[in-house]
Ligand binder design. Structure first.
Ligand SMILES: Nc1ncnc2c1ncn2[C@@H]1O[C@H](COP(=O)(O)OP(=O)(O)OP(=O)(O)O)[C@@H](O)[C@H]1O
Length: 224
């Protein structure tokens, strides 16, 4: 396995003169699954968008394997990003979407997916919320990128599909570095190799699950 390293530093972000993210540094390596937590509105999605390059942050530095990637267009082949929202046009069929999203070899593999194979001729607009979410996660994880940022991959999925997506994330982490943020915290904890929390604008390392309570993300009676 070839190891790749993504390093991002100097991330500051304010909205309406309110500081949201302050001097964030993050390192992600192949094989790592970083679980990212934080209260609603703490800036998790904004941080992922800044790393991916669709939200500007003036002092950001980003390096892949030690090479500067400060020009966002050079990042497109390096990082895959799952939005919270739908990114596929409604009039596409599932098959068209797969063929346009991944290379030929991977497309064959995605079309053979147990869950997707009966949906290939269906239009995107006719998929259920969970079916669409699963398709998007599968495509993002199947593309060539070295790193993947997943914003709420478990959202709207049934328990069985969550298990399938957890497995998919774990399998793909053999070849990719992955960040997962999702309020299904137990599932995130189960697959993550490392945990971080955004707390008062700072990105902090979580070593013990109990710190998620101390930092106000979980209530004290939360059971793991
Ligand atoms: N373009 C914007 N203009 C102004 N404020 C914004 C903008 N984008 C995000 N915000 C604010 O920044 C804060 C962080 O938003 P963000 O979506 O990153 O939070 P989050 O941690 O992902 O939250 P959640 O867990 O609820 O999804 C919120 O208060 C949000 O209203």
């Amino acid at each position: 396995m070839k190891k790749h390293i993504l390093e991002v530093s100097g991330i500051q972000k304010s909205f309406n003169n309110k500081l949201l993210l302050s001097d964030i540094y993050l390192k992600l390596e192949t094989g790592q699954i970083i679980g990212l937590f934080g209260r609603n509105g703490s800036g998790k999605s904004t941080l992922l968008k800044i790393i991916f390059g669709i939200v500007p942050a003036l002092d950001k530095s980003i390096f892949v394997n030690g090479i500067s990637k400060n020009n966002a267009s050079t990042l497109l082949n390096e990082i895959g990003y799952l939005h919270q929202n739908q990114f596929i046009p409604n009039h596409f069929s599932v098959l068209q979407t797969i063929l346009l999203s991944v290379d030929k070899q991977k497309a064959h593999f995605v079309c053979e997916d147990d869950f997707l194979k009966s949906l290939l001729n269906q239009k995107i607009r006719d998929l259920s919320f969970g079916e669409l979410r699963y398709l998007q996660v599968k495509l993002i994880l199947s593309n060539q990128s070295k790193f993947v940022l997943l914003d709420e991959p478990f959202s709207g999925l049934s328990p069985k599909m969550i298990e399938i997506v957890m497995l998919l994330i774990k399998e793909n982490s053999q070849e990719k570095g992955i960040i997962v943020t999702d309020h299904h915290y137990r599932n995130v904890i189960e697959i993550a190799t490392d945990l971080r929390i955004l707390n008062n604008g700072k990105l902090q390392v979580i070593n013990e699950k109990a710190e998620l309570m101390q930092k106000g993300y979980l209530i004290n009676s939360a059971i793991f």
